[in-house]
Every structure is written in C-alpha cells, then in structure tokens.
Design a protein around this ligand. Structure first.
Ligand SMILES: NC(=O)c1ccc[n+]([C@@H]2O[C@H](COP(=O)([O-])OP(=O)(O)OC[C@H]3O[C@@H](n4cnc5c(N)ncnc54)[C@H](OP(=O)(O)O)[C@@H]3O)[C@@H](O)[C@H]2O)c1
Length: 297
C-alpha cells in the first residue's frame, strides 16, 4: 500500500520559533504548509529551507490570525488541496507594549494568539487521523504565570500592567490545549492536544518593544538567560513528535529559570489547571466567534 505523506501546518512559520519548528518537521520527513501573514518573509524562509533541504515538500499559504475571514479562507484553501492533517502547530504570536485592537475591535493579542488559533483548530480538526501521532500543539509562555482570564475585561481595559493582555492570551492558549484534550477524550478520539513553550529566545516577538530597552537587553540579559531559536523549538518538536507524549501535557525548557535548556515537562500555575476556567474560556470563545466548536465522535 502506498504510504500517505505526513503533513503539518505551522502558523507563523516565517521566523523565530516557527521557522525552526518547520525545519525540524522537514528533517523528520513531513510535508509542511507554512501558514503565514507576511508572504514575502515566508517565501524567503521557504527558499532558505529548500536550499538546506532541497527535496522537502514545503509550501506557503496566506493567513492573518487576527482576521476571522482570513482564517476561514486559509482553511477552505487547505481543505481543497489536502484530505488529511497530522500535526497542527499553533505557533504564531504577537506581543505589544501598547493597546491594540483587531478589525473586530478585540484586544489584538487575545484575538491573534488565542481566538484565531481556536477557530483555525475547529476548521481543521476533522482532517486529523484518529491516532496518537495526530497532534494539536498550542504555544504558551512562562508569561501564563502572570495572568488570569479576565472574563469581565477580556480586552484588558481595566488592567494596569502593560503585559497583562499578552499574559492572558498565552494562558488562554494553555487552557485551550487542556480543554481540547478533555473534549477529544470524551469524544473517544486518540488525537492529542498538547501545549509547549519555548522558554526565552531573541526573536521577532520583541520587535514592538522600545529600541533602547532591547539594545540594553541584548547586551546583558539575552546572552545569559535566553537560548537560540533552534533550541527554543525543541519543546515544541518534542510535544509534536515524541511517542510517549500524553494529551494535556505541557513542555518547555528545563534549565535556568525554565528559560533555556533541554526540553521536558514544564511547570504551570494552579490557576492554569482549573477546568472551570478552561470550560468558560471555551464557551466565551464560541460566543465571540458566533459559532460552536464541537469535537465530534
Ligand atoms: N520569543 C520568546 O521568548 C517567546 C517566549 C514565550 C512564548 N513565545 C511564543 O512563541 C511563539 C513564536 O514566537 P517567536 O518568538 O518565534 O516570535 P516571532 O519571530 O515574532 O514569530 C511570530 C510569528 O507569528 C506571526 N504572526 C504574528 N501575527 C500574526 C497574524 N496576525 N497572523 C499570522 N501570523 C502572525 C509572525 O508573522 P509576521 O512575519 O507576519 O509578523 C511570525 O511569523 C509565539 O506564540 C510566542 O508567543 C515566544
């Protein structure tokens, strides 16, 4: 029987962690769809990867995760080309130091990092073969420890800390991974939902931070505490590929302050394990989208 090509989608694959995750998946023989907003950057990244691994099956497809119509259009195009999906890496992310809204007037980090991936997953999940090697990997962050889900203030208008919206969005990614796993289990599915964080790595994520602040950081903090994008991608690749991974697990670097080092199980807050919060977040996300995300059996 002809072997079916293993297929992965990586959002935000044109730089940073997403680029290295794509590289790792190609090395493992996956065909990868790079789901990207900046297509010029994506095509450059694709060429670079093909120079290194010329026989790779790799393509770029447009998506803006802050825009629901763009996500639907990506999913339609994907479904018209492919009949299956083995691994979905919900990697794309933004960090802002000033308030920003999307077209629908939602806080941009919640909209992009969580809600966009919630919708994308709902539109692709039924393409995943019923197997424990089928994985949805959601990217969280150490920042999840600094937040709650502000159900009465999802847009973070009342929050005083500049990074509260980012921290809330990354906590939402972790809670989403858990709730999806519970729903998959209840539906009798073998597909696994797992979460991972890259620790700390100097990437495009900090492009919106003040330049002087970043210059100082790059001379001091970065070389001491952060690791390379390639090393930061390892926990995500572990979550996506390793055979002994269980649904609902959370991976990250296990070295200094969990910012770098070899990948393993990551620590998380008590709040981030609350099933009631995860369930409520799922319902709120459905309401925001105006459509249900039912995990069918
Ligand atoms: N770097 C860290 O220390 C760190 C720590 C914890 C967690 N993380 C998480 O790791 C993930 C990857 O981040 P990174 O560090 O690799 O940063 P990065 O280099 O800035 O990569 C982020 C990617 O997300 C894409 N993206 C942003 N907004 C998008 C949108 N609306 N639609 C589609 N794609 C969009 C970017 O594409 P464009 O080229 O179009 O901007 C880029 O490809 C993120 O989820 C981040 O929260 C990073």
């Amino acid at each position: 029987m002809e072997e079916v090509q293993k297929l992965a989608v990586v959002t935000g694959a044109n730089s940073g962690v997403g680029y290295e995750v794509t590289r790792g998946l190609l090395k493992e023989g996956f065909q990868v769809v790079m789901a990207c907003r900046n297509l010029e950057k994506a095509n450059r990244a694709k060429e670079q990867l093909l120079t290194e691994m010329p026989s790779s099956l790799l393509e770029v497809s447009a998506i803006d995760l802050s825009d629901l119509e763009s996500i639907k259009s990506f999913a339609r195009e994907f479904r018209s080309k492919f009949q299956h999906l083995n691994i979905l890496i919900n990697n794309a992310g933004v960090l802002f130091n000033k308030p920003k809204r999307n077209k629908a007037n939602l806080e941009m980090q919640f909209a992009t990092n969580h809600l966009g991936h919630f919708l994308l997953t709902s539109l692709l999940l039924d393409l995943m073969p019923d197997s424990t090697s089928s994985r949805v990997v959601s990217l969280s962050s150490l920042a999840h420890k600094k937040a709650e889900i502000y159900f009465d203030d999802i847009n973070c208008e009342q929050q005083t800390k500049w990074d509260a919206p980012y921290a809330q969005s990354k906590l939402a990614c972790l809670l989403f991974a858990d709730e999806l796993q519970r729903k998959l289990h209840l539906a009798g599915k073998k597909v696994l939902s797992v979460a991972a964080h890259p620790g700390g790595t100097d990437s495009g994520l900090f492009d919106h931070m003040p330049k002087l602040f970043m210059q100082v950081l790059r001379l001091t903090f970065v070389p001491l505490f952060l690791h390379s994008n390639e090393s930061a991608a390892r926990p995500i690749l572990k979550a996506a590929l390793e055979g002994n991974v269980k649904g609902g697990e959370f991976f990250g670097p296990t070295g200094l302050f969990e910012m770098k080092g070899p990948p393993g199980l990551a620590k998380r807050t008590k709040y981030s394990k609350r099933e009631d919060v995860a369930q409520q977040l799922w319902e709120v996300s459905e309401q925001m989208l105006g459509e249900p995300f039912a995990v069918e059996n």
